[in-house]
Write a protein that binds this ligand. Structure first.
Ligand SMILES: [Zn+2]
Length: 435
C-alpha cells in the first residue's frame, strides 16, 4: 500500500509546558518573529508568466511584471547557459575530491526522494564517486517515504539517518508554529546543520545539494550564477542570523522548554559545527542545478527506474502532484497551509509555477490548478497535528489567525475570504471564484 499514512502510529504524550509562563509571554510580546512578512510589498501582484505573486519572500519582479524565477528559466532553457562548459566544471570538481580507496568522498543530504536520489545515483554510477546520503528524519515518516528510503539503500547506497529527540523536536515545532507561523521550520534547522556535522565527523569536504532554490524558484539573485557556497557565505545565514538559537531562547521564555532541556547538548544536531573547524576542513557545498538542467519531473522517472522510487497512490493535500515531498505528510501539510495564510499562496502555486517554467503546463492550467487546490485544508491530518503540538483546536485557530495577511484576507459576514486571487485576465488578481 503506497499512501501518505504514517509508517508507524505513535501515541503522542501531552507535552509538559509551563502554562503560566506561556500566558505571561502572550501578554507581553508580539509573538511573531518572522521578519520576512514585514518586508513583503504592500500591493500584491502576480507574475505574467507563472502564478507566483510578489508575496514570495525575496522574489523580485522586473518592469514587465515577470518574476525572477521565470527570468532564470528563460536563461536556463533558452541557451543562456553553456551546459557543456558546466559539465566539464563538474568533472573537474569531482576529480579533485574522488577517493582512491573507496571511502566516502561526497555527502548528499537526502530524503531518498526523486531529486537527491537522482543526484546520488549519478554521482556514483556516472562519475565514480562514493556518496554517503545523510538524512534528517521527517517529523512522522509516511509509509511511502520510509519505503523509498529503504528501496534506495537496497539499490546499493550507504546512508545515515538522524532521529532527533522526539519530545524536544515537538517542542521546537510548537515554538516555530507559534513564533514563526511555520511548524516545519524545526525540521529545516536539523536538515541544514546535520550534514555539516557528518562532514566534520568523517572529514568529507564536499556536500552536494540538488537545486539552488533561490535561482530556481525565486530569491536572492546573487546566487544565480554561483555553483557553491563556502563557510564565508554561511556566516550570515548560519552563524549570525541565529534563527535557531533565538527560537530556543524564546521557547524557554514561553515555558515550552524548561531549563534542563535548553542546557543539555540535545540540540547539537541542529547546530552547525564551529565555523573554524568547517574552514579547516575546506568544506564546500555545491548545487547540482548549477551543473545540469534542473527538471524535477524527469528526476522522478529517473529515480523510479534506478533507485526504486515510488510515488504516493493519491495526490497530496493542497496540490495536484503525488511524487514530491513524500516522506512527511502531516507537518508538511501545515507548512503549506500556513504559507497560504501568511503569503496567500500554497503548494499548488509553488508546483504549478515550476511546471509552467518547465513547459509541462500552460499558465491558464496553472491558474485553474491554483484555484482548485491551494486552499484545501488538511482536515485529515488535523487531529494528529494537534496531538503532536499538544494544543487544542481553538488554540490552533488563534495562532493561525494571528498570521493572516491583511493584503490577502478580509472578513465577509463573519467568515474569512480571500480578497484577491491569481487570474487569467489580470495580473493584479480578482475576486476568487472558488473558495
Ligand atoms: Zn514567474
Amino acid at each position: 500500500m503506497q499512501s501518505h499514512k504514517p509508517q508507524v502510529n505513535v501515541e503522542f504524550s501531552k507535552l509538559t509546558i509551563n502554562e503560566t509562563k506561556l500566558n505571561e509571554y502572550a501578554k507581553k510580546n508580539k509573538q511573531i518573529l518572522d521578519k520576512q512578512i514585514e518586508k513583503l510589498p504592500k500591493k500584491v501582484i502576480f507574475c505574467k508568466k507563472c502564478v507566483t505573486s510578489n508575496q514570495r519572500p525575496r522574489t523580485e519582479f522586473d518592469k514587465e511584471g515577470i518574476c525572477s524565477a521565470c527570468r532564470y528559466a528563460e536563461i536556463k532553457f533558452g541557451g543562456g547557459i553553456d551546459w557543456d562548459k558546466r559539465g566539464k566544471e563538474l568533472i573537474q570538481l569531482l576529480d579533485k575530491h574522488r577517493s582512491k580507496d573507496g571511502s566516502w568522498d561526497v555527502i548528499v543530504p537526502s530524503s531518498h526522494g526523486k531529486d537527491s536520489a537522482m543526484v546520488t545515483h549519478q554521482l556514483k554510477e556516472k562519475y565514480g564517486m562514493h556518496p554517503l546520503t545523510v538524512t534528517w528524519a521527517p517529523f512522522i515518516y509516511t509509509e511511502v517515504g520510509f519505503k523509498n528510503y529503504v528501496n534506495m539503500n537496497h539499490a546499493g547506497f550507504d546512508g545515515l539517518v538522524a532521529w532527533p529527540n522526539g519530545i524536544l523536536h515537538r517542542k521546537l515545532a510548537r515554538t516555530c508554529f507559534e513564533l514563526k507561523g511555520d511548524p516545519f521550520e524545526a525540521f529545516v534547522y536539523g536538515q541544514k546543520a546535520y550534514p555539516f556535522r557528518i562532514a566534520q565527523k568523517f572529514k568529507i569536504p564536499l556536500i552536494f545539494y540538488g537545486e539552488n532554490g533561490e535561482a530556481e524558484y525565486g530569491g536572492i539573485q546573487k546566487y544565480v550564477d554561483k555553483s557553491h557556497e563556502t563557510p564565508d557565505d554561511w556566516e550570515e545565514e548560519y552563524y549570525k542570523g541565529a534563527g535557531f538559537e533565538k527560537v530556543v531562547q524564546e521557547g524557554f521564555k514561553m515555558g515550552i522548554f524548561d531549563e534542563k532541556e535548553i542546557k543539555n547538548n540535545a540540540f547539537d544536531f541542529y547546530r552547525a559545527p564551529p565555523l573554524e573547524e568547517i574552514k579547516k576542513l575546506g568544506l564546500e557545498m555545491h548545487w547540482w542545478s548549477y551543473y545540469k538542467t534542473w527538471i524535477p519531473q524527469e528526476h522522478y522517472y529517473y529515480a523510479h527506474k534506478n533507485t526504486g522510487l515510488e510515488a504516493a497512490e493519491s495526490r497530496h493535500t493542497g496540490t495536484y502532484t503525488k511524487f514530491a515531498n513524500l516522506d512527511d505528510a502531516i507537518i508538511d501539510a501545515f507548512h503549506w497551509l500556513m504559507a497560504y495564510i501568511k503569503l496567500g499562496w500554497g503548494r499548488a502555486t509553488r508546483e504549478a509555477s515550476s511546471d509552467i517554467r518547465c513547459g509541462h503546463i500552460t499558465r491558464e492550467e496553472g491558474v485553474a490548478l491554483t484555484h482548485k487546490y491551494d486552499h484545501e485544508f488538511p482536515q485529515k491530518y488535523l487531529e494528529t497535528f494537534l496531538k503532536y503540538m499538544s494544543i487544542t483546536e481553538k488554540y490552533f485557530w488563534e495562532v493561525l489567525d494571528r498570521y493572516r495577511s491583511e493584503k490577502i484576507w478580509h472578513k465577509v459576514n463573519g467568515k474569512w475570504k480571500r480578497k484577491i486571487h491569481v487570474s487569467n485576465n489580470s495580473v493584479h488578481g480578482e475576486e476568487p471564484t472558488i473558495e
